[in-house]
Design a binder for this molecule. Sequence first.
Ligand code: PAF
Length: 288
Amino acid sequence: MTRDRAIRTVHTVAALRAQIQGWRAAGDKVALVPTMGALHAGHVALMAAARERAERVIVTIFVNPTQFAPTEDLSRYPRTLEADLAKAEAAGVDVAFVPDVGEMYPEGFCTIISLAGPALGLETTFRPTHFAGVATVVAKLLLQALPDVALFGEKDYQQLQVVTRLARDLDLPVQIVGVPTVREPDGLAMSSRNVYLSTADRATATILYRALSGAAERIARDGKVEAAVEEARAVISAAGFHLDYVEARHAETLAPINGAGDGPIRLLVAARIGATRLIDNVSVPTLN
Ligand code: PAF
């Protein structure tokens, strides 16, 4: 049974473009919120920010296979389309673009974007093909919709910098906007992967934000970047995480930094607990 919705779901690029053409003819601005579904309050914040910037909002829901390595969680990635559409509709989204894999990657597809700059290190050390997949699908979504503005969460901070650089380098006529991370009351960053956490691991997971925030405060106080980062690494490991990285990077280029004077600084973490890998990041307040 199909229900009438205020939100319209389209599955093809042709239908998406026809819809947008109508909005453009009426003079409406268009905002795009790319997602892989399993929508949570963090996505709702992106959609709300999109609403503030444009008359028309599109959410894309596509679990992009090219950004998952063969060993990663593509097949078990949460898929909750009905609930996602309800949340998007409540957030005032006009259209959900829900392509299938064949629509995005038709037979013979062979173009993958190659990256450097902010894509180097951090996530790429542990997921070497991830950002090529992200950049390729995001470039396709931006070219399919040609929105005025596209919104991405700061939770995936390296992704935000990669996409910002991508749009600039390829002269994509779109403004990329980063939206602050939405957190649970205890500080855990909202993530579609939080549903994988056991009760015990969920309780432990709060240490990530506390350790990063503590390190950020310490750097703002005494400027000792490496000591603060080392302390955060020790705290997170002692809590039972398998640490992939805690690093201090330049907040825009994500280049490694030598000291507090090289800022603005962003602290980024990735760590595994049980079978779940979590990432988070915080800004370092400017030195007094
Ligand atoms: O952040 C995500 O959910 C994905 O990486 C994105 C940007 C939708 C590309 O698949």
